[in-house]
Ligand binder design. Sequence first.
Ligand code: EPZ
Length: 423
Amino acid sequence: MDSIIVRGNGALNGQIPIAGAKNACLTLMPATLLSEEPLTLTNAPRLSDIRTMTQLLRSLGAEVAAMQDGKVLAMTSHNISNHRADYDIVRKMRASILVLGPMLARDGHAIVSLPGGCAIGARPVDLHLQALEAMGAELELKEGYVHARAPGGRLRGGTIAFPFVSVGATENALMAATLAKGTTLIKNAAREPEIVDLTRCLRKMGAQISGEGTDTLTIEGVDRLNGATHPVVTDRIELGTYMLAPAICGGTVECLGGTIELVGAFCEKLDAAGVSVEETDLGLKVSRKNGRVRAVDVATEPFPGFPTDLQAQMMALLCTAEGTSVLEEKIFENRFMHAPELMRMGAKIEVHGGTARVTGVERLKGAPVMATDLRASVSLILAGLAAEGETIVNRVYHLDRGYERVEEKLGNVGAHIERVSGQ
Ligand code: EPZ
């Protein structure tokens, strides 16, 4: 297993290009199953999760060609030759559940393994299943697999009222509804930019959808969808992550392709902490207004609130802030596993359930630390950039799921960072 070694090296200066959004690409890719025509995605990120989704779609009979070093994904599902998504792929990546809605909508039947839990929580898929049942699907759980069928071979429009916001369940329901017979209403829908991006792509394919970006989506089902070419939206989580690099180290970094609308709530917290964000023609230019940042309180919420996927990274910054910050993780039940690792670096953090109290220290100290999930691993990299001495982040396969070429992007702005291949 590879490790990444980081040495605190003072201020960072330069430009970091932001890639296409992993979490948009992982829902755009299954959309190919909805149509016989080619669906081509541009600005796709080069990540291991994308390669896993490619493997899954190919196992179902889709043709997926990765071109231009993986930035273009040309996909065609002339037909779905296998309607079973196997556990060995689904357990590696939970987003695999997003093939369920499209397969059921296209062919009226599907067998998909339940994803199982992951490090940050149990992460059930009950809302995905309830949504499909609201569209007439008949579901049976057998030996860890969901066996789904649509009576008469076609889903019908229905009303779905989510008890709380779920990004994935909204995506599964939205994709399924595009081919259902009749109108589907999705209430308490997720409003994330990745949902808006999926809607734009589905509309290009001929879907009839309105309300994207609000909490209510209305979909008029159609008999078939066409192909399309669609650019993956910029990754707001990678953007926020790299905006924190100059915030924690000093210096000025311009994140190319970033826009304020993608990270509104996050920028409000950066401003309160004493970090300046300037919109330029190329993206967002970030620097600290003066020396040490100030403590701020953060609570994670569905979009447009503060993103849970930036909580770990923000904690790394607040470990060096002046004062005490309170971070409340309201989306996942176990998303503070980076805290004990940051404490190995001298951070002062008290975790009680879903709340972490962080009292900033002047400087963190480098140490060997363990990555536990995707966003926790990058928060340790950020902490290491500002720490005194050397930090070794182990198990960086977590990192490669969501961050392309992290050592190159940070190295180009002056960070001392290198990858060491494990045995
Ligand atoms: C998506 O996960 C993202 N993943 C996550 O990013 C992100 O943290 C999350 O949305 C919240 O923004 C992808 O898009 C591939 P949810 P998802 O359904 O869809 C509970 C990353 O780091 N829930 O919005 O799985 C769930 O357990 C990843 O890139 C149910 O109880 O998240 C969680 O507590 C991590 N039943 C809450 O809802 C369900 O059927 C929100 O989950 C579905 C979800």
